[in-house]
Design a protein around this ligand. Structure first.
Ligand code: SF4
Length: 327
């Protein structure tokens, strides 16, 4: 349904001016997120996944970034001409973010309570008459933190890494956002805490209807958590599908390579890594950007950029092999 759409971005390109010249980080990318959906974004470091999601919060370097799109709507608002002031209003209220390192995301000289209260005040999400402490306590309880009353008076350094990340999620949802962007939020956590945080994310999507974009380099985490996945390579999504379709019927050679490098699962035979390195974005290979690393590369792959093929159920991939299969 149209009114379920929280993010609708078409043909997005992002270029950042760097000391080596303009760097095209994202190339002609679409992003779609619906209410209550968890969208995974996966890819190697430097593939552009963080830049892409940072653009949804206006968090790219001002004055050095050129963003072009046919459509850039967040929660029904056209954000193409947004100024810093507009993004400021949107951050924390419509879109909120959870970062990888909770220690740097939290202010070390303020108590947990003070930091959550600030988000509650700024959000204007609770009307004129509200009890900030009751709201904060309720949030901390929902995040599974023990003795929440005590936590409100503590400083970030007094909590464990897992507790700090739960506090960050509590702060992110304190402004009742519709969209939550999570940039590798469990990378620094142990497996048990990671599983608890992932369950928390699922609850937020199902019970509060929050649309979540979850960035990870870890396909195992994506498989556990997400409804849909985008596989990014060199600034572009090369395959997108539901989690079931992507894991049961991967089509793009890069996706297949990622799945074969997993230590367990259907695609695991002999553990294999993808040969070579991701390309230099300043100097992308001609044709398909994956062609120097691809076992199935054909002559056309080094000459022309492949088109997108849709094989049904919104399963899309960008590879010349699809044309061989008549897709
Ligand atoms: S287009 Fe060619 S090089 Fe690129 S992934 Fe497909 S087969 Fe490999």
């Amino acid at each position: 349904m149209m009114n379920d759409i929280l993010v609708d971005v078409r043909n997005l390109s992002i270029t950042i001016d760097t000391f080596r010249g303009p760097l095209r980080v994202i190339r002609n990318q679409d992003i779609m997120l619906r209410k209550g959906e968890i969208l995974g974004v996966v890819g190697e470091s430097g593939c552009g996944k963080s830049v892409m999601v940072n653009s949804l919060m206006g968090l790219l370097p001002e004055g050095r970034t050129k963003i072009k799109s046919e459509k850039f709507e967040i929660d029904g608002e056209n954000c193409q001409e947004y100024e810093e002031e507009d993004w400021n209003e949107m951050r924390g209220t419509t879109v909120a973010m959870v970062f990888q390192d909770p220690m740097t995301a939290l202010n070390p000289i303020l108590t947990i309570g003070e930091q959550i209260y600030e988000v509650i005040h700024r959000s204007n999400a609770y009307g004129d008459d509200y009890d900030e402490k009751a709201i904060a306590l309720d949030l901390l309880k929902k995040m599974g933190l023990s003795t929440p009353e005590k936590r409100l008076t503590q400083y970030p350094h007094e909590l464990s890494g897992g507790m700090r990340q739960r506090v960050c999620i509590a702060m992110a949802v304190a402004g009742r956002p519709k969209i939550l962007i999570c940039d590798e939020p469990t990378t620094a956590l142990d497996t048990t805490t990671e599983a608890q945080i992932l369950r928390l994310m699922q609850t937020l999507a199902v019970e509060a209807g929050i649309g979540i974009i979850f960035i990870s380099h870890n396909l195992r985490v994506i498989a556990q958590l997400c409804d849909r996945v985008m596989v990014m390579y060199a600034g572009k999504c090369v395959e997108s599908a539901t989690v079931e379709d992507l894991f049961n019927d991967p089509r793009h050679p890069y996706t297949i390579g990622l799945l074969m490098s997993l230590p367990q699962g259907k695609w695991h035979g002999e553990l294999t890594a993808i040969d070579g390195q991701p390309p230099d974005l300043y100097d992308l290979p001609r044709g398909c950007a994956f062609n120097p690393r691809c076992k199935w590369a054909m002559r056309i792959c080094g000459k022309r950029i492949p088109m997108v093929s849709n094989i049904g159920n919104n399963h899309e991939y960008t590879c010349w092999l699809a044309k061989l299969e008549g897709l």
